[in-house]
Every structure is written in C-alpha cells, then in structure tokens.
Design a protein around this ligand. Structure first.
Ligand code: ZN
Length: 174
C-alpha cells in the first residue's frame, strides 16, 4: 500500500494540463494502485493523478457507499463524448481544497470514452453522482478546479484564506 501526499491549493502544479498516456505499462499500473490507495485512505470518491503530482491523464473513482462492495473505476485518457441537457446539482468538495464545499450544476449524464487498465478502449455511461465525480476529475486533468466556478472575488478570498491556513499549519508542524 502506498498512500501519497495530496497536493493542495494554491500549489500551481494543480493548474498543469496533464498529458495523454501512450501506453499502460508498469509505471502507469503502479501509479493507478497508488491513486486508489490514496483515494481510499483520504475517504474521497475520486482522485486525479495530478493531485499527487503526476501530470498524466489518469483518474480513479469509487462512488459506492461505505457499506456496499467497492466499485473502483479507473479512466485513462477520458474524453466526454456527449452530455445530457438535464442537469443535477451537488455540493462538491475536493481533496486538494480542504474544508470547502461548492454547489455546482453539471450535466446529469455523460458518455465517456477511455482506456482501461489493460490498455483497451472502453466506454462508460455515467449518471448522477458518478457523472459529477467523473466531470470533476476530468477537469483536474485540464488544470481546472471547483473554485473556478466561483466569481473572481470569492475565489481570491478563498485562496487567501486557504493559503493562510496552510502557513499556520506549517508553523504548528515546525
Ligand atoms: Zn478534486
């Protein structure tokens, strides 16, 4: 088990555009395992590789309930082919933005094409929470964060607050 440190705002790494995976080799398989370990350890329902500092288009998701069997999903080079006009709204949090929840409206259903862990092309239809989570993670691959849905004023305020918290934490640790 290898739990990695999750990078948080305002680290500029999170703004990087991740590059496509050309081949699912040993390194990528290791990375995927670390992503799942880190996501489960942090009690998140999704994690993108860039959040542990690796700019590759790989995301892991598991939206199953605690008392349900685990349903791990790994999407490599995910592309949204189609979005429903119907939308749903969730209060979204992000492992890279501590203690922050933002209400975001997104397409309720998305059709995604991706490469699976065996390097094969595959498709998945995501609905409801899974759809929101997949869209959130894919945006990480493009350097986009949920705070970008806020007005500039609110966003600047939040980043300032989070930066301060970070500094305080560092002081405590020292
Ligand atoms: Zn996130």
């Amino acid at each position: 088990m290898s739990v990695k440190e999750i990078i948080t705002v305002p680290d500029e790494i999170l703004r990087k555009h991740s590059t496509e995976v050309e081949k699912v080799g040993k390194n990528e398989k290791n990375l995927i395992k670390n992503l799942f370990d880190t996501m489960y350890a942090s009690k998140g329902i999704g994690l993108a590789a860039i959040q542990i500092g690796v700019p590759k288009r790989i995301v892991v998701i598991d939206v199953s309930n605690k008392d349900q069997e685990k349903k791990p999903i790994c999407l490599i080079n995910p592309i949204i082919l189609k979005k429903s006009s119907e939308t749903s709204v969730y209060e979204e949090g992000c492992l890279s933005i501590p203690n922050t929840f933002i209400e975001i409206e997104r397409p309720k259903k998305v059709w995604i094409e991706y490469i699976d862990q065996n390097g094969k092309k595959n498709k998945i239809i995501c609905d409801g929470l899974l759809s929101t989570c997949a869209q959130h993670e894919i945006q990480h691959c493009d350097g986009k964060l949920i705070i970008d849905f806020l007005s500039k004023l609110k966003k600047d305020f939040l980043i300032k607050k989070l930066s301060k918290q970070k500094n305080n934490n560092q002081k405590v640790i020292v």
